[in-house]
Design a protein around this ligand. Structure first.
Ligand code: ACO
Length: 326
């Protein structure tokens, strides 16, 4: 069986915080953020928002566009690194949307999560195991950044996006390439931090919570502009396509400068870049499906268009997929 992409959706918290509003509580400026990253504003989750509420809203939109009933979904795959519950949030989304037959689980691969999720889900369709799969990318990094660290907190926003994959006669996942390099983990991480607790003379455990997101921005930048064109090239080769066949480039929306540099290295004209980083900032696993959703709903991306997409981030992890929309 082939994989087809038949619906998409997105959701973001109602609260919008502009760079100017941010500079009232962080030592920064609209000029610095916009010139270094292209970001103008971000949506930030408030008390009532959650991975489940945002993920379910995006999923319902995607199902409506696809014309698929939630009861006909076989799998809910949630890419997130910021779940509401350490045991995962996919099951609660499954219950919330009424996808009662579906198996549901989380996949954690930071900003590569959506691409890794899309490829993972596709395997279940290509083997003939499942017919309809919902892949959701959702992250709420505002709960995990250090709001005293202007190097990182200004970059992130919150949101969710979703895509419905369906088994079809045509194969629209044309090629992919996924990579990881744990030796570079120090460049970007959000680690468990516990303190030792003595339960008895010879039993000691560690308890605590997770710390705050730490990133060496320059290293991640260098990594992204080198690694992303390489995996896109390899995925195109597997798809037996050339750069000239790509209609749209949808990269993880981390920084406009990264998107421009990657397009330039590939030899893709800037008008093929799909970008919404100005409006949302870096929404991690949600950024690609949020950008895809806006481009599809505005009519920019049409059925049959060829999309090169790539996620990259913590792990370090990165990957690319070439797909035909529809
Ligand atoms: N406002 C004002 N000044 C700032 C801010 C800020 N928000 N942040 C940093 N600065 C200052 C720094 O202190 C530094 O000052 P100094 O020279 O006096 O020390 C100066 O600005 C320059 O900082 P640089 O780090 O050189 O800025 P750069 O141009 O490299 O941009 C950025 C930084 C935007 C973080 C860039 O490196 C980047 O985008 N990196 C990639 C991040 C990324 O893509 N992450 C993706 C994965 S996220 C995930 O997986 C969860």
């Amino acid at each position: 069986m082939g994989v087809t992409f038949i619906g998409c959706g997105a959701a973001a918290p109602a609260k919008i915080v502009s760079n100017d509003a941010l500079s009232k509580f962080v030592d920064t400026s609209d000029e610095w953020i916009a010139s270094r990253t292209g970001i103008r504003q971000r949506h930030l989750a408030e008390a009532g928002d959650s991975i489940v509420s945002l993920g379910a809203a995006a999923a319902q939109q995607a199902l409506a566009m696809a014309g698929v009933d939630a009861a006909d979904i076989d799998m809910v795959l949630l890419a997130t690194s910021t779940p509401d519950d350490l045991y995962g949030s996919a099951c609660l989304i499954q219950a919330s949307i009424g996808a009662n037959r579906a198996v549901a689980f989380d996949l954690s691969a930071a900003c590569s999560g959506f691409v890794f999720g899309l490829v993972t889900a596709s395997q279940f369709i290509q083997t003939g195991s499942y017919q309809n799969i919902l892949v959701i990318g959702a992250d709420i990094h505002s709960r995990w950044v250090d709001w005293q660290d202007r190097n990182t907190c200004v970059l992130f926003g919150d949101g969710a996006g979703a895509v419905v994959l369906q088994a079809g006669q045509q194969e629209n996942l044309l090629g992919f390439e996924l990579r990881s390099d744990g030796s570079q983990n120090d460049a970007l991480h959000l680690r468990y931090e516990g303190t030792n607790i003595e339960l008895s003379d010879d039993v000691q455990v560690k308890q605590g919570g997770f710390g705050r997101l730490m990133m060496n921005g320059k290293e991640v930048y260098r990594f992204a502009v080198n690694a992303v064109p390489d995996v896109i090239d390899k995925a195109l080769f597997k798809a037996q396509l050339q750069v000239a066949d790509v209609d749209w480039l949808i990269l993880h929306q981390a920084n406009q400068r990264i998107m421009d540099a990657v397009a330039d290295r590939l030899g893709l004209p800037p008008e093929k870049i799909v970008s919404n980083v100005a409006e949302y900032g870096n929404t991690s696993a949600a950024s690609i499906p949020i950008a895809l959703n806006a481009a599809v709903r505005s009519g920019k991306i049409k059925p049959g268009d060829t999309i090169a997409t790539s996620g990259f981030g913590a792990g370090l992890s990165w990957g690319a997929a070439i797909l035909r929309w529809g």
